[in-house]
Ligand binder design. Structure first.
Ligand code: PMP
Length: 456
């Protein structure tokens, strides 16, 4: 191995603390250090190349790697003006906001931040302030769904329905209340024809238990991503919208993963006719060429923060320094232009459907596949050791399968083991430029790995 590569690997091993990682394994193996990306492919320091079906490990490089057009836009912008606090506007922020809102009819204001967790925190603060201004602080509770993830900060984790992520970090912020998931494969009601409506009623039960006058908002992922790629069942969303309207509860849609074409529509909520009050975006906003997140709201919410007269007491008392970095909106603008010009949202829908069909084909052949789910290029395969009983495989199995794919040049994702459901799911979230040939490589590699695995 070249000295420079060895040095890089040792620098990483000795000094870097990787996220979500058990570093003791690096005593016996080299850390993975990525050095280059192009399209859907990524190269590590040792020169190995992979088809990245995880869009950067955490599902965010929507337009693919190596976009010099975005790099140029960022360089030009930061040479001209790198920063001014979001207490004022900047050119790329104004331009990007207008373009983004064209894709989101019914919404009219964009508030900026730099991560998904942070955007969600800001939405929670908006709900809390509205509660104080209009309801004497009573309508402050925020409901979140089991299996949904909303971020790593204490507030966002307090709104996260994944026990495995929360276990070490309590106590949590108060006023966040969980309601049951809507994964039909893991139906709480057995085999029923109206699962979607029954699952939505679980939300209503929690609203009634807590008291509708105490519930300010509900946060949902339109399609649960990291919690196992859970698509909502038929009938779920119309029922949820009726319930939220009935009890005057705001709908907050977390589009951090699903947004920007990931699921074959510009935004995940647009598949289901949802009319959100608050939408949060990150990851795909600038395909992670720069750190940027957005909180998008209706004019009605924005108007809650307007006040006239002498004191002008009422406004949103929130600020984040890095929301004023112009690299983010400059990258986001170039990213949006690429998504439009190359019809990547349509490609996500088309290739996603192709992959889904192929995965269903694999399910006929491999009994370890219990369920295949997803939309566009957000797909999941849930693995079971007994199909009839739906017994989830142990986590070591998905670890081995993802590891074997990597050895064959394919990076895929997997969910963490959940304490309640143990629903280990392989996740596929490739770049939106994915071609049919690349999709075939994903399917063929997985087919080979599952064949080797079940024959062992
Ligand atoms: N919401 C969802 C649905 C996510 O998947 C994530 C990140 N995986 C977040 C929020 C948090 O985003 P970030 O890591 O940028 O804080």
């Amino acid at each position: 191995m070249e000295t420079q590569t060895r040095t890089l690997i040792e620098q990483d091993r000795n000094h870097v603390w990787h996220h979500l990682s058990q570093h003791s394994v690096l005593k016996n193996q080299d850390p993975l250090v990525m050095v280059k990306g192009e399209g859907s492919r990524i190269w590590d320091a040792k020169g190995n190349s992979y088809l990245d079906a995880s869009s950067g490990g955490v599902w965010c490089v929507n337009v693919g790697y190596g976009r010099t057009e975005i790099a140029d836009a960022v360089r030009d912008q930061i040479a001209k003006l790198n920063f001014f606090a979001s207490t004022a506007g900047t050119q790329p922020v104004a331009e990007f906001s207008e373009k983004l809102l064209e894709k989101m009819p019914g919404l009219s204001r964009v508030y900026y931040a730099s991560s998904g967790s942070e955007a969600n925190e800001k939405a929670f603060k908006i709900v809390r302030q509205i509660s104080q201004q209009k309801y004497g602080g009573k309508k402050h509770k925020i409901l979140y769904r089991e299996r949904d993830y909303h971020g790593s900060t204490i507030g966002a984790l307090s709104a996260t329905g994944q026990e495995e992520r929360r276990q070490h970090y309590g106590p949590f912020a108060s006023g966040f209340v969980e309601f049951p998931h809507c994964c039909e494969y893991r139906s709480q009601f057995g085999d029923v024809t109206d699962y979607g409506v029954l699952a939505a009623k679980e939300l209503e039960k929690v609203i009634l238990r807590e008291g509708p006058d105490t519930v300010g908002a509900v946060i949902f992922e339109p399609i649960t991503a990291g919690g196992g790629v859970i698509t909502p069942p038929d009938g779920y969303w119309p029922a949820v919208m009726d319930i939220c309207k009935k009890y005057n509860v705001l709908i907050h849609i977390d589009e951090v993963v699903c947004g920007m074409g990931r699921t074959g529509e510009w935004f995940g909520y647009q598949h289901y006719g949802i009319k959100p009050d608050l939408v949060t975006l990150a990851k795909g906003v600038a395909s992670s060429y720069a750190a940027i997140s957005c909180l998008v709201t209706t004019e009605a919410i924005f108007e809650e923060f307007l006040s006239e007269g002498e004191d002008r007491e009422v406004y949103f008392r929130d600020v984040s320094t890095y929301a004023g970095c112009t690299a983010g909106p400059a990258a986001a603008l170039a990213n949006l232009e690429i998504l439009e010009r190359e019809n990547l949202v349509e490609n996500s829908a088309k290739i996603g459907e192709y992959l889904l069909e192929k995965f269903h084909g694999l399910a006929e052949k491999h009994h370890i596949i219990g369920d295949v789910r997803g939309k566009g290029l957000l797909l999941g395969i849930e693995l079971v050791s007994d199909r009839a009983l739906k017994t989830p495989v142990v986590e070591a199995v998905t670890v081995k399968i993802a590891g074997a794919c990597m050895k064959k040049g394919l990076i895929i994702g997997r969910t963490n083991r959940s304490f309640k459901y143990l629903n280990n799911t392989l996740c596929f979230c490739p770049v939106l430029t994915l071609t049919k040939t690349e999709a075939d490589f994903i399917v063929d590699t997985l087919d080979a790995v599952l064949t080797e695995f079940t024959e062992l």
